[in-house]
Design a protein around this ligand. Structure first.
Ligand code: GDP
Ligand code: GDP
Length: 436
C-alpha cells in the first residue's frame, strides 16, 4: 500500500523548508554520507497521529532560470501530479501577493485537496492577519509559525483528514514490488513493455487517475509482481522531468515503495554519475538491487566485452558488490527470461531469515579461522549473534566491547555470512551491542 504524499508549495522565503523540517523531523538523517549522493532534503517521511506519509518540498526543486512566476507554476504542477494533499504556504507578515493568487488559481483548478497555512504568525497579536487569505478561495486559512512550531497540529489534522480513503482490496502480501530506475532513454518503458507483453495496456495518464494506478500488478508462474511507478517510467517530455533533482526525487520515492530496484545502465554508453547516485539511494534505503545493462544487442562485442563491462561496473559500484548483473536487450528480448526469476531470487534473499544456530556456527567458525586483531592489548569477543530483521536482513553481534569491532572485521564477517547463506542482491546490516 502506497503511503499518501503531501507536497509543500509556496513562494520563496515563506518558510516551506522550515515547515518541511518540522514535519519530517530527524527521521531522514539516518543515511550514511557518501560523496556524489544527493543529500538535499526535498523528500522525507512524516508521521502525524496514526498516519505515515511522504512529504515533498517543491521549493527545493530547481526548475532552471525561469522567472519566478514560471517556477512557481511548475512547482505547483509537480505538487498536483505528485501528491494527494497540497500544503500551500503563504507569508502572513508580508501579506497576500500576486504570485500567491496565481498559484491559488492553479491549485483550485486541480481539484486536489489544498490546506492553506499562513506562516510567520509568531504570536497571538498578529494571528488575525490570516483572514485576508480567505480571498484565495481555498477554505479556512491556518495561522502557523514554522519557526516556533505553532499551529502545526491543527494544520496536520486537516492534512490527514484530506488523505484519500484506503482501498478496501488488500494487496497480495507476497507480491514482489520492483521498480526500474535509470536516466531518460535507457530503455525503462521498453523493458516494462517487454516484461508485461504487448497485449497489456498498463497505465492511464488521464487526469483524475488515482495515484495507485501508477503501480502495475501482474502474475507470472504463480508469483505476483507489482511494477512501482509505471506512470513515472512512461511519462516523459515535461520540462521538469529533465531536471536532475526531480528525477532523483521520483527515483527516491519509487525506491522507497519497492522491494527490488533494477538499476538500468545503457550498454551502448556506459556508466554515468547519475547511475551511481541512484544505486546509492537504493543501497541506503536497504533495498535489493539488480544491475541491468540494457541495449546489449546494440553493442559491438567480442568474447571479452561482457567481462570488461562487468569489471567496470564492479569498480564503479563497489558499494553494491552484492548486486547481480544481467546483460539484456529489451528490444530483442535477449536474456529477458532470466530477469523475473532473478527478481524473485533477490527478493527471497532480501527477506531471508537465517536460523540462529546456523548463524552462530558461521560466526564462530569465522572467529576461529580469523581471530579479530587485538586493539591496544584488548581483543574483541563475540558471544553470539542473532538476526533481528529482514528486508533487509539485519544482524546483531553481542560483544564484549563494540569499540573493538572495526569496520574491516565487520566486512570480513559480512563476506563470510554471504558465502555461507547467499544473500545475493540484498544489502545486509551488521550491528553490535555490548553484552555484560
Ligand atoms: P522557503 O524558501 O519557503 O523554504 O523558506 P525558509 O523555510 O527557508 O524560510 C525563509 C525565512 O523565513 C528564514 O529566514 C526563516 O527563518 C524564516 N521563517 C520561517 N518560518 C518562520 C516563522 O514561522 N516565523 C518567522 N518570523 N520567520 C520564519
Ligand atoms: P526510457 O526513457 O528509459 O523509458 O527509454 P525508452 O524505453 O523510451 O527507450 C529509449 C530508446 O531506446 C527507444 O528508441 C527504444 O526503442 C530504445 N531501446 C530501448 N531498449 C533497447 C534495447 O534493448 N536495444 C536497443 N537497440 N534499443 C533499445
Amino acid at each position: 500500500m502506497s503511503k499518501p504524499t503531501v507536497a509543500i508549495v509556496g513562494r520563496p522565503n515563506v518558510g516551506k523548508s522550515t515547515i518541511f523540517n518540522r514535519i519530517v523531523g530527524g527521521r531522514t538523517a539516518i543515511v550514511e554520507d557518501r560523496p556524489g549522493v544527493t543529500r538535499d532534503r526535498l523528500y522525507g517521511n512524516g508521521t502525524w497521529l496514526d498516519h505515515e506519509f511522504h512529504v515533498i518540498d517543491t521549493g527545493g526543486i530547481d526548475i532552471g532560470d525561469e522567472p519566478l512566476l514560471m517556477q512557481m507554476k511548475a512547482q505547483a504542477e509537480i505538487a498536483i501530479e505528485e501528491s494527494d494533499v497540497i500544503l500551500f504556504i503563504v507569508d502572513g507578515k508580508t501579506g497576500l501577493t500576486e504570485a500567491d493568487e496565481e498559484v491559488a488559481r492553479i491549485l483550485r483548478r486541480s481539484q486536489k485537496p489544498v490546506v492553506l497555512g499562513v506562516n510567520k504568525l509568531d504570536n497571538t497579536k498578529i494571528r488575525d492577519q490570516k483572514y485576508e487569505f480567505y480571498s484565495l478561495g481555498l477554505g479556512d486559512p491556518y495561522g502557523i509559525s514554522g519557526a516556533h512550531g505553532l499551529g502545526l497540529g491543527d494544520l496536520l489534522d486537516q492534512v490527514i483528514k484530506d488523505f484519500p480513503d484506503e482501498k478496501d482490496a488488500p494487496e497480495d502480501e507476497n507480491a514482489i514490488r520492483f521498480t526500474l530506475i535509470g536516466r531518460p532513454n535507457v530503455g525503462k518503458s521498453s523493458l516494462v513493455n517487454a516484461i508485461l507483453g504487448k497485449e497489456r495496456v498498463i497505465v492511464s495518464d488521464l487526469a483524475g487517475t488515482t495515484r495507485d494506478a501508477i503501480d502495475t500488478p501482474f502474475s507470472r508462474d504463480g508469483q505476483t509482481y507489482v511494477i512501482v511507478d509505471t506512470a513515472g517510467i512512461r511519462r516523459r517530455g515535461k520540462i521538469y522531468e529533465k531536471t536532475e533533482k526531480y528525477s532523483v526525487l521520483r527515483a527516491q520515492r519509487a525506491i522507497e515503495e519497492s522491494d527490488v530496484v533494477l538499476v538500468l545502465i545503457n550498454g551502448e554508453e556506459g556508466i554515468i554519475e547519475q547511475d551511481k547516485k541512484i544505486a546509492g539511494i537504493a543501497h541506503d534505503a536497504g533495498r535489493a538491487v539488480i544491475i541491468v545493462v540494457n541495449k546489449w544487442d546494440a553493442v559491438n562485442k567480442d568474447d571479452k566485452t561482457m567481462d570488461k563491462f562487468r569489471k567496470k561496473i564492479r569498480d564503479e559500484f563497489q558499494f553494491i558488490s552484492y548486486a547481480p548483473i544481467v546483460f539484456l536487450s529489451a528490444l530483442t528480448k535477449q536474456r529477458l527470461p532470466q530477469l523475473l526469476p532473478m527478481i524473485q531470487q533477490v527478493a527471497e534473499n532480501h527477506s531471508l531469515r537465517v536460523q540462529t544456530s546456523l548463524l552462530n556456527d558461521c560466526i564462530m567458525d569465522t572467529v576461529a579461522m580469523t581471530p579479530p586483531p587485538s586493539d591496544k592489548g584488548r581483543r574483541l569477543k563475540i558471544y553470539y549473534a542473532t538476526q533481528v530483521a529482514v528486508r533487509p536482513p539485519v544482524f546483531i553481534l553481542f560483544v564484549n566491547d563494540p569499540e573493538l569491532l572495526h569496520f574491516s572485521y565487520i566486512r570480513h564477517i559480512e563476506n563470510r555470512i554471504r558465502e555461507t547463506f547467499g544473500f545475493v542482491g540484498t544489502p545486509i546490516k551488521i550491528l553490535s551491542r555490548k553484552k555484560n
